[in-house]
Ligand binder design. Structure first.
Ligand code: NAG
Ligand code: NAG
Ligand code: NAG
Ligand code: NAG
Ligand code: NAG
Length: 285
C-alpha cells in the first residue's frame, strides 16, 4: 500500500473512534471497514460523503449509497473465446454488450473505475495449472486442446491464437468491447487485470486485489460471463475478502442450466445486493 493509503487509514481510524460507540446498533463492521444502516437504506461510503451517490435499488434490497471514488464496475470474461460466434460463443452473452457499454459509459462519467478482469495466461501459469482446469478447458477430451493450444484461424485471416493466453486474439474483449477497453485503459478510466483461474480474486492476492488495496476501492459491481462460474467465483472471493458486492443481472449471462443462475441470484442477494442496469443508469445519467 502507498504511504497515502496508511495516512488515510490513520485518518479513518481517528474519525472512526466515535464509531465504536454505535448507539443505535446500525453500524456493521469495524473502524476500517463498515456499513451504516438507515432504515431500509445502506450507506457504504465509510464516511466519505463527498459526491456520494444513492442508488434506489428495488425492495427488498433497499437504497444503497456509494462513494464513487471507492467503487468500480468489474466486467468479467467478455472475451472472444467466450462470446465470438465463430468460436461457438454464447449468444446470451453477446446480447449483453450494448447494456454493458451503457454501464461502462455511466460509470466513467461518474468517476467510477471500470475493470476488465479476464483470462490471460502466461507460460508459468501453464506450469502450475491443476489437472481439473486443463480438463475443463479441453475441446476434445484430450489435453492437446486445452489452455495454451493453438486455436488456428477463422474467417480466413484471423489468427485466434493460443487458448486464453495473455495477448492472444481469443483473450481480447469481444466486438465493440475491445475498442472500449483499449480507449478506456489509454484514458486512465479503465484498468485491465489478467486472471489465471475462474476467480480474479483467489488466493493470497491477484493483480485486481492489489489494485483494490492500493486505491482503497471497497464497492464492486459485477457483470460478464459466466454468471455462475467466473462472475460468481470473483464475486464470492471478493465477498470473502471484505469487499461490497453488487451483482448486475442484466449484464450477466451463462451457458449453464437455469438452476445455476438461480443459485447465484439467491446467494448474491445474501452476500450483497442484486440490481439491474435499469435501477442504476437513471441515477448515473
Ligand atoms: C443496542 O444494543 C444493545 C445490546 O443489545 C442494547 O443494550 C441497546 O439498548 C441497543 N441500543 C438501541 C438504541 O437499540
Ligand atoms: C472522498 O471522495 C472524494 C470524491 O469522490 C475523493 O476525491 C476523495 O479522495 C475521497 N477521500 C478519501 C479520504 O477517500
Ligand atoms: C480478412 O478477410 C476479410 C474478408 O474475409 C477482408 O474483408 C479483410 O480485409 C481481411 N483482413 C486482412 C487484415 O487481411
Ligand atoms: C477518451 O478521451 C477522449 C478525450 O477526452 C474522449 O473523446 C473519449 O470519448 C474517451 N474515450 C473513452 C473510451 O472514455
Ligand atoms: C432484473 O430484470 C429481470 C428481467 O426483468 C428480472 O427477472 C430480475 O428479477 C431483475 N433483477 C433484479 C435484481 O431486480
Amino acid at each position: 500500500m502507498k504511504l497515502s493509503g496508511y495516512l488515510l487509514i490513520f485518518g479513518a481510524a481517528c474519525r472512526a473512534a466515535a464509531q465504536l460507540v454505535n448507539p443505535n446498533n446500525n453500524t456493521f463492521g469495524n473502524v476500517f471497514n463498515f456499513w451504516t444502516r438507515n432504515g431500509d437504506a445502506w450507506d457504504l461510503t465509510r464516511r466519505n460523503a463527498t459526491n456520494a451517490i444513492t442508488l434506489p435499488l428495488a425492495h427488498p434490497a433497499g437504497h444503497v449509497t456509494i462513494q464513487p471514488a471507492s467503487s468500480a464496475l468489474v466486467i468479467i470474461d467478455m472475451q472472444n473465446f467466450f462470446l465470438h460466434p465463430d468460436l461457438g460463443g454464447d449468444p446470451l452473452g453477446r446480447a449483453l454488450v450494448p447494456t454493458a457499454i451503457d454501464m461502462i459509459h455511466a460509470f466513467r462519467a461518474n468517476g467510477m473505475k471500470v475493470f476488465w478482469t479476464n483470462w490471460g495466461l502466461t507460460e508459468s501459469d501453464l506450469l502450475s495449472m491443476p489437472p481439473a482446469f486443463f480438463r475443463g478447458f479441453s475441446s476434445d477430451g484430450t489435453s492437446a486442446t486445452s489452455f495454451g493450444s493453438d486455436m488456428g484461424t477463422i474467417q480466413g485471416n484471423i489468427s485466434v491464437g493460443r487458448k486464453l493466453m495473455r495477448g492472444s486474439w481469443n483473450a481480447q474483449p469481444f466486438g465493440d468491447l475491445f475498442d472500449e477497453q483499449v480507449e478506456g485503459v489509454a484514458n486512465g478510466t479503465d484498468f485491465y487485470f489478467n486472471k489465471n483461474r475462474l476467480s480474479g480474486m483467489w488466493g493470497t492476492s491477484t493483480p485486481m486485489q492489489t489494485f483494490l488495496e492500493e486505491n482503497m476501492i471497497t464497492t464492486l459491481f459485477f457483470g460478464g460471463v459466466n454468471i455462475d462460474q467466473c462472475v460468481w467465483g470473483t464475486l464470492l472471493d471478493s465477498y470473502y475478502k471484505g469487499y461490497d458486492v453488487i451483482l448486475v443481472d442484466d449484464i450477466s449471462a451463462t451457458t449453464s442450466p437455469a438452476a445455476a443462475t438461480g443459485m447465484v441470484d439467491f446467494n448474491a442477494a445474501l452476500n450483497g445486493w442484486r440490481a439491474n442496469s435499469t435501477d442504476i443508469l437513471p441515477t448515473l445519467m
